[in-house]
Design a protein around this ligand. Structure first.
Ligand code: ADP
Length: 169
């Protein structure tokens, strides 16, 4: 069984094999986690993202999918970019959010990563309520039980950390 922890911190500072980016479908950068990863990781990440777009995703990376690039100057070895769903009060998009975690874990295992750090996907600019986002994240990682040693959820504030701690209980 994979070890799962939640910590307060900055995703760009995690010393793990792979960090997950809450990307947008353009793969060309954005705000929040995405902006921080490109700012600190340097231009090598954006350059690989451009290549991926040109080669495989001319319309952008679909919601719920994941792809990997170098981590540039980050302490991690890889960045796994996944596109979360925008929260909707009228449509249940939970399966897409679960897919982000599942697909990112699949890509991580394919790469040979042993340790992976996730932000709370979709809970920032995309508006997903943090308690529900935490529940889906934890349930999905547990149900996949990926062939990894360690999954870390990295939360930016106490509210998010508390939500993940409760989901892990
Ligand atoms: P999305 O567009 O998927 O909602 P965001 O990047 O806007 O993604 O936010 C996702 C979550 O990550 C939010 O809870 C936000 O507070 C948090 N966050 C923002 N910057 C960082 C960071 N540098 N490290 C970890 N978490 C972050």
């Amino acid at each position: 069984m994979v070890l799962i922890e939640a910590v307060r911190g900055d995703i760009t500072e995690q010393q793990v094999d792979a960090v997950v980016n809450a990307a947008n479908s353009s793969l060309l950068g954005g705000g929040g986690v995405d902006g921080a990863i490109h700012r600190k990781g340097g231009p090598a990440i954006l350059s690989e993202c451009r290549d991926l777009r040109a080669a495989h995703y001319d319309k952008g990376l679909p919601t719920g999918k994941a792809v990997a690039t170098t981590a540039g100057q980050l302490p991690a070895r890889w960045v796994i970019h996944t596109v979360g769903p925008v929260w909707s009060a009228t449509e249940d998009r939970s399966a897409l959010l679960a897919s982000c975690y599942r697909e990112s874990l699949r890509v991580a295992a394919e790469l040979g990563a042993r340790t992976v750090a996730f932000p709370a996907i979709s809970t920032g600019i995309f508006g997903w309520p943090i308690d529900d986002g935490a529940r889906i994240a934890v349930e999905t990682v547990r149900s996949v039980d990926p062939p990894l040693e360690y999954v870390r959820f990295v939360l930016f504030d106490d509210g998010a950390l508390n939500a993940f701690a409760a989901a892990l209980e």
